[in-house]
Every structure is written in C-alpha cells, then in structure tokens.
Design a protein around this ligand. Structure first.
Ligand code: ATP
Length: 909
C-alpha cells in the first residue's frame, strides 16, 4: 500500500468514510506506517499555519512611516528643501529614516519574542501508526494519519471522523458559534458549507466532550483554519488596554502640539520674524514636544516583560495579561498539583474492622501493610481490606512503570498511588487484571466525583467496583463488608469519622465499594451507582510544594488574597491550606472554609460577601468556579484563576487572568487561558505577578522620563518665539536631542530590574489614570527647570562673549546632560537615584556611554559642527552644564522625598 504521492484536495466530506481511507492510502485501525508518514512529511511539509501575507519586511518598514508625526516631518523636510535649506532638510529626512529603522527593528524583536513564546506551548496529538498509539507534536501530522481525540483536546488538523462516542466540538475558532456541535460519521452532500460539515473535525477547534478516531484529510495551510488565516492575516498581537490608552493619549497630544506649532508660526509671522526661521521653529516645537519614543518603549517593555515571565515559566498567551497581572488582587488556585506536588502515596487503609499503615514512599512498590501493633497485615485475612485494595487497583486507568531505575506514572497520580498500594500488599497489576478482567468503565469526572468499572469475576459472575469521594460513595452504599466478607448495615458515622480524621491530617481520602453479583455484563439502565457495599478507605499523602508557602506569604505581603478552590474534602483542603499558609493556623472561623454545598445554598445577594471572606472552597464543581469569579469581581477584585479541565474554561475566560496548567491541563483550558504555567506551580503565578508589576513600573518610569523632557523642549521654542528672542536651540538640534536620547537613554528603562519592595506594596488600581497628579507635578517641575536652566545658560554664555553657535551648543548639551541625570532619577518612582545602586542596569550605563560619545562628536567634530551648527565648548561651559544638571537632580530628589513623606501616612494604612 506504500505509495509516493497521495491526493488530498478532493472534498472529503462528500465521500463515504471507507473511500476517504482508500484515497489517502491509510488503514482505519492501524493508521499509516512510519515510512509512509516520513514520505508524506516530505511531500506536505510540517502541519503548521503559514506565515501571514502582508507581514513582510517591506510592508512593515513602510508601516513605520504611517504616523502623524512622520507626516509632519516629511512635509517639513520637503518645505525646508524647497527653501534651499538643504542641510536642514537632509537632517530632517535622516531623522525620519532612522526613526523608521529603529521602529522596525524594535517591532520585529518584540514580535519575534512573542512568536517564540507561542512555540513554547506545543499542541500534542495522539496518533496511531503501524497499529501503535503514540503521542507526537501536532506539527508531525500528515494526511492519512489516524488521530485519536478525547475531551479537552485541540483538534490538530482537519479530520474526517471514522468512529466516535458522543463527540462534541466547540468550533467558535472557525465559525464564531460558541455552542458545541455534535460530530458523527456521515456522508454529506458536496455543497455542505464548512459550518455544517458534521463529519469533519476542523483544525484549531476544541473537543468539549466524547472521544473519536479520525483520518487527517488536510494539514497546515490546507486546513479550513489555514485558509482563513491566510485571508485575515495575523491578529494585532501587540495591543493591550494600556497601549490603546497611550495611542489615544499620543493622538490628542499630537493634535494639541500641532495646533500650538501652528499658533507659534502665526505668532512669528505677526511679529514679522523671518518666515523660514519661524517655520523651522514651529517644526522644532512639534518634533520636540511629541513623545515619539512612547509606542516603541511600550512595545519593547511589554515584550521584555513577557520574555522575563517565560524565563520564570509563565507563558503569556494574551498580552493584556502582562498589565493585568500587576493589578491582581485575588489569586484563586487549585490545590492538587499547584499547591501540592501531585505525587500521591497511600499512607493508611481503613476498613470497618481494621486500620493499617502503608510503608514506603514514592511510586516504587517497596513497602508493606502494618497493623497498629507493627505486624505485617495480609489482605488474605480480611476480605474488606482485599476488596479495598482490589478496587483501588482495578477501578483504575493509571500505570506505574520502572524505566532506568525510576518509577514513573502514566495517568492520574491518585490512581497510581492505589496501584502501588495494592502491589505492596502482594496484588500486582497483572494478577489483578487476570482476576478481574474489565468489561466496562464509567470514567472519573470532577462532577461525578467517582469512577466505576465492571469486571468479570470467578465463574461467569460480574462485579462492579466503585471508588471516589467519601460522601459520594457512602450515599450509594447500603451495606459494609466485614473482615470475613459478610455484609452489615453501613455505619456511616464511623466511616465519616475515620475519613475526617485522615483529612484533618492533610490526607486525600477515597472510599471503595463493590457490588456483586452484578447481573449484566455491561453498564445499562440498571444503575451501577446504587446498592453498593462499602469496603474501606484509602488515605494518601500529597505533600505541599516547597515553594508554595513562601509564594503564598509573598502574595499576602503584596496585598493579594489567595483562595484555594478544590474538589477535595473540606478537611484535607483545610489541612493543606493551613500547611501552605492560605489559612491562618489561628483562624478557626467556619466562614473561612466553604463547601460546594454551602455555596449552592448561599443566596445570590450574599454570595460576594461570603466568597470574599472565605479562603478555602472545598468539594467545588467546575461550574461553581465561574460563580466564584463573578462574585469576587462584583466586589471589585481583579481575579487570577487557575484551571485545567474542559469545564474550567468558562471560569478561565471570565477571570481577569485565566491561568492554565501547561503539564496537566487540557488544550481547552490552555486555549481559554491568558497565561500558561509550564511547571503547574503556584509559585510561578506569584513570580508572574511580580514581573507584571515590574513591567508596569518600567512603563511608568519611561513616561515619567519622556514627558517632562519633551515638554521642556517644546517650551524652550515656544518661549523664544513668544518673546521674539533668538532661539536657544535650533530645530535640527532639537531633532538630534529627541532621536538620540529616546533611543540611547529612555529605552534603557525598559531593561530596568524590578525594584526591591515591589511585592510589599498593594496592587495597582487598574482605574488609576496614566497621568497622576504626582506625575503632572513632576512634569511641571522638570520641564520648568529645563527651560529656565537652558535659557539662563544660553544668555550667560552670550553675555560672557560666546558666539551664538557656542551658546546654543551649551544649551543643547545642557538638555542632554539634564535628561541623562534625570534618567537615573526615573529608575525609581519613589526612592532617590543613589539608593538603587548605579550598576544594577548595565544597559542604562551603556546607553549613557553611547550618548556621551554622540555629544562629544556633535560638539567637537568639525563635520558635525557644520551640519548641526554647533561649536566646541570649553571646560567652564561643561562645568556650568554639569552644575545645572546636578541642581535639577537635587530638586527632583527633594520633590521625591517631600512626596514620600507626605504620602507615608496614607500608604501605611
Ligand atoms: P484540585 O485539583 O482542584 O485541587 P482535586 O484534584 O482534589 O482538586 P478532583 O480531581 O475534582 O479534585 O477530585 C475530587 C474528589 O474526587 C477527590 O477528593 C477524590 O475523593 C475523588 N477522586 C479524585 N480522583 C479520583 C479518581 N481518579 N477516581 C475516583 N475518585 C477520584
């Protein structure tokens, strides 16, 4: 059946399934052979979406010119050239070009950073090749591959369904319709539109329920989503609420400044000043005052933040999350696997007449069952113990294998622990499988809180084995098994008391029960979840993660509440919550721990208050998670919520930050999330919050640096024209200051490390405006000092015999030196510059060095002197420049101290 080429382009949905199999030269059960898959990989390439058209370098560089400021500059450049001011025109055009190149490079870097993040979260697919099931990355799929789907998967390619059980798919990625649709094997008319092709599971859609096997009919660009992707192009990946706010802010600012520039020009004409010079001055005002570095700084700061988060194992899927993380006020976290290791070891087995301890640790089946007296307990002497162990091992889909001396788990660790416990008691998986061959399964779900399996037993009999949450199993039992195998009415009080005791010790408790004989050989209408005989409890330890306690403490210090949401027993949840610090040891208030039943009984209007008060939510169903998020949001909280299952998706979407588990989470959860934790660890969320706060700080620092300097530049010109005085700085010189300092100085703030104490202050209020009163005060102070300082220096130099070019060069250098000094001040929003440590941001030092070289060049190189109309300065001028810059820095430091003192009583609340 091996063949070199296959055809994929035909409309598969119009053919019967067996013809699709024939056409694609594959096998409905064995799939492709490895060599076929290899050949097709070469023929069709990897299963990835194509690069978007329109995102080529040329288009992107052209996009850099699409900016009102650039239009102004281009017009100014042309007019200047027409006025035969060729040098000035060349400088303006050079600035435009440099600006475009810098913008392009930065945008590309930011996009590349985000792109590489996407590659960190792989989608995996289960494929059958040569009759063997294996897991591959979805890139490796080729047409003809037999792919298996289950609830929670992302469909990895366009699949023609061959077999399915209750398959339901969320196709909103493709059709926009969010209600899941049912898929089934069928032959459809060829004209059936994509949205109605119920025999095909489309790439990029999500399996919300059921299982299926399907044949890949299209990969990569040939899939339906691939076609749409090509048409629509990449989504705007770099937009966040903050960038939108900034874009609006820049637009308003640009219009205002252009108006001011026009007014300046008119004023100059009225005063009968030289029109050419006035025009140039108006252009200089516009160029100087518009903070053109702002968009680039925002993009680059966000991109650096995202990369830093990825290094700490938090992958951002939606950029706004970077900002929102900094304002998070509540983190709702799962228990198992996030606060705990998810490495279960059964410690105690309790049966109505005997309680045994299980020794040994980890998943190695080394250990034994000990009675309270220390004797080895044998399951042969106690039927209830034997059935408890058998149920744990047989009603189970996990496997424990030893590879290279290490015991590894496939499947659910809770189940793996029970396989190990049985093996320690002399009931290894093989013998259990032989004794109890499985006939049917009702899988575990968080909603059902239990699992049931049906097995053949003895000579033609059947037995149902059930394990699950204690309350759930107990309510289905009417008897309990004694050590001799005889039934007795179930003593619920004794079982509940024992389970409560184990739970209070932080152990996860599962109850086991059997029903025998069971009349049918498959689960039918006859309810398998009734008339059960309780056999015993298995209590297992899942140690808290070492990093969880410090991370929870750090969150509390940072004013962030941590709430545990779990499907586990309230006792177990409280014990673990206390161990990691979510619950205070001294806190015995019952309203701190709420169960799902209590939540359901709470009236809607009391829910927000109750949810805000509680720290632990036990026996919560995934549906209730959504209500919890909504209740907290009603209280004005910014909520981060973790989740891993299909049913967690609505809560993840509703949360301000949905957090999915990279290792244990389903694709559906990852798709709904804003952030994916590659290590599933709670401490990573705390790290991401810290980075998020850092990003926002750095953005604020850039704004604090750029606005006063821009406004100062504009004001100098404005004052000169208004007074009819000689310009202390020429338009081309303003251009020089603006372009060089934005790149060499301002952008370096994006690399600023996080400030100490970033996690000791309360979360940022998302409603806080960009320009706070404090920031406006700072803008006024620094811009005022810049204007006064440069005017004074300019006039002083002139008065003491300097040429105009020399005096201007001094003013130009003063601007740059003040900006460089002020840059150090902006490294902390609250603390003074020298308390941060000079060398903690090496980028900044490098930037200052580059700027210094540039200033020496523009001051002393004859060629640059000619272009920029500058002249060499003597030592005295430099001393005055540095003197003024120091005075400005001292003034800013004094303002910071004053503000810190006057706001201290408020922040210590
Ligand atoms: P979280 O991960 O949110 O902290 P959890 O993993 O403890 O929660 P679930 O997986 O929903 O919560 O489990 C809820 C309860 O169901 C558990 O306390 C346990 O009693 C029972 N349970 C868990 N896993 C299984 C399983 N594989 N088979 C049967 N019962 C199970």
């Amino acid at each position: 059946m091996e063949s070199s080429t296959v055809v994929t382009a035909s409309p598969h949905h119009g053919l019967p399934a067996h013809e699709v199999v024939l056409l694609l030269q594959t096998h409905p059960h064995r799939g492709l052979s490895r060599s076929q898959a290899q050949e097709r990989r070469e023929q069709f390439g990897p299963n990835v979406l194509p690069e978007t058209v329109g995102a080529g370098p040329l288009i992107r560089i052209l996009r850099q010119f699409h900016h009102p400021l650039i239009y102004v500059l281009l017009v100014a450049g042309i007019v200047t050239a027409l006025l035969r001011e060729y040098v000035d025109a060349a400088v303006i055009l050079a600035v435009v070009l440099v600006n475009a190149v810098i913008g392009f490079v930065q945008e590309s870097r930011a996009e590349a950073a985000l792109q590489s993040l996407r590659a960190m979260v792989h989608t995996h697919a289960r494929v059958v090749r040569d009759g063997v099931e294996r897991t591959v990355t979805s890139e490796e799929l080729v047409p003809g591959d037999l792919v298996l789907l289950e609830a929670g998967d992302k469909v990895p390619a366009d699949l023609r369904i061959l077999r399915e059980t209750e398959l339901r798919v969320d196709e909103s990625a493709l059709t926009g319709e969010s209600a899941p649709v049912t898929k089934a094997e069928a032959r459809l008319p060829e004209a059936t539109p994509v949205a109605d092709r119920c025999n095909t599971a489309h790439s990029g859609t999500l399996v919300t329920a059921g299982t299926a096997a399907g044949i890949v009919v299209a990969t990569g660009a040939e899939t339906e989503i691939g076609q749409i992707h090509r048409l629509v192009g990449a989504a705007e990946v770099l937009a966040t609420p903050l960038t939108a706010k900034l874009a609006r802010f820049s637009q308003i600012l640009t219009v205002a400044i252009l108006g001011l520039a026009a007014a300046t020009f008119a004023l100059g004409l009225l005063r009968r000043q030289d029109p050419v010079e006035t025009f140039n001055a108006a252009v200089a005002l516009a160029v100087g005052a518009i903070p053109e570095g702002l968009p680039a700084a925002v993009t680059i700061t966000l991109a650096i933040g995202v990369t830093r988060m990825a290094k700490r194992r938090a992958v951002i899927r939606r950029l706004p999350a970077v900002e929102t993380l900094g304002s998070t006020t509540v983190i709702c976290t799962d228990k198992t696997g996030t606060l705990t290791e998810n490495e279960m070891t059964v410690r105690r087995i309790w049966t109505p007449e005997e309680s045994v301890e299980v020794t040994g640790s980890g998943y190695a089946p080394d250990g034994s069952l000990l009675t309270p007296e220390g004797a080895v307990a044998s399951p042969d002497g106690n039927a209830a113990l034997r059935w408890t162990l058998l149920t744990g091992a047989a009603c189970n889909d996990a496997a424990v294998t030893c590879r290279e001396g290490r015991w590894q788990v496939t499947g659910d660790p809770t189940e793996a622990a029970m396989v190990v416990a049985a093996a320690k008691a002399g009931l290894p998986p093989d013998s259990v499988g032989t004794e109890l061959p499985r006939r049917a399964t009702i899988p575990f779900t968080s909603e059902r809180q239990c699992m049931a399996t049906l097995h053949g037993w003895g000579a033609g009999d059947h037995v149902v084995l059930v394990k699950g949450a204690v309350e759930r199993v107990l309510e289905m039992c009417d008897s309990q098994m004694q050590a001799d195998g005889s039934p007795r009415p179930v003593d619920r009080a004794a079982v509940t008391e024992a389970a409560g005791r184990f739970a209070a010790g932080g152990l996860r408790v599962l109850a086991c029960a059997v029903r025998t004989p069971y009349e049918a050989d498959r689960f039918g209408d006859d309810d398998p979840f009734g008339a059960l005989t309780f056999t015993g409890l298995q209590a297992m330890l899942d140690p808290p993660r070492a990093a969880a306690t410090p991370a929870v403490t750090a969150c509390h210090t940072a004013g962030i509440a941590v709430k545990m949401i779990t499907g586990d027993h309230a006792g177990t949840a409280s014990a673990i919550a206390t161990a990691v610090g979510v619950l205070d040891r001294a806190d015995t208030h019952s309203d701190k721990v709420l169960t799902g039943y209590e939540l359901a009984a709470t009236p809607a209007d009391e829910l927000p208050e109750a949810v805000q008060r509680a720290s632990v939510f036990a026996r919560v169903s995934p549906e209730q998670k959504l209500r919890l998020v909504e209740a907290l949001q009603q209280k004005g909280h910014v909520v981060a919520m973790t989740g891993d299952g299909v049913n967690d998706a609505p809560a993840l979407r509703q949360a301000n930050i949905g957090v999915a588990m990279g290792r244990g989470g389903t694709e559906v959860a990852k798709d709904a999330a804003d952030m994916v934790l590659t290590d599933d660890d709670f401490a990573t969320i705390e790290a991401a919050v810290e980075e998020g706060r850092g990003v926002f700080d750095n953005l604020t620092k850039f704004i604090t640096w750029t606005l006063p300097t821009n406004i100062g530049e504009g004001l100098v010109i404005l004052v000169a024209i208004a007074l009819g005085a000689t310009l202390p700085i020429l338009p081309t010189q303003i251009l020089w200051i603006n372009m060089t300092t934005a790149v060499a100085l301002g952008l370096m703030l994006a690399f600023e490390p996080k400030e100490a104490g970033i996690m000791t202050r309360p979360p940022r209020d998302p409603a806080q405006p960009l320009l706070t009163t404090a920031l406006m005060g700072r803008i006024l102070l620094v811009s005022g000092l810049l204007v006064a300082g440069s005017w004074w220096l300019f006039e002083w130099e002139l008065a003491h015999g300097a040429e105009v070019t020399e005096a201007r060069t001094a003013a130009l250098n003063l601007f740059v030196v003040v900006e460089a000094f002020y840059l150090f001040s902006c490294r902390s929003l609250t603390r003074s510059a020298w308390r941060i440590g000079l060398f903690t941001n090496r980028w900044l030092i490098a930037g200052v060095a580059v700027q210094a070289v540039a200033q020496v060049a523009i001051t002393y190189l004859p060629a640059m002197n000619a272009v920029f109309e500058t002249a060499p300065l003597d030592t005295g001028a430099w001393l005055r420049i540095f003197g003024i810059a120091t005075a400005v820095s001292l003034a800013v430091a004094a303002e910071k101290t004053f503000r810190a003192q006057s706001s201290a009583p408020r922040s210590s609340r």
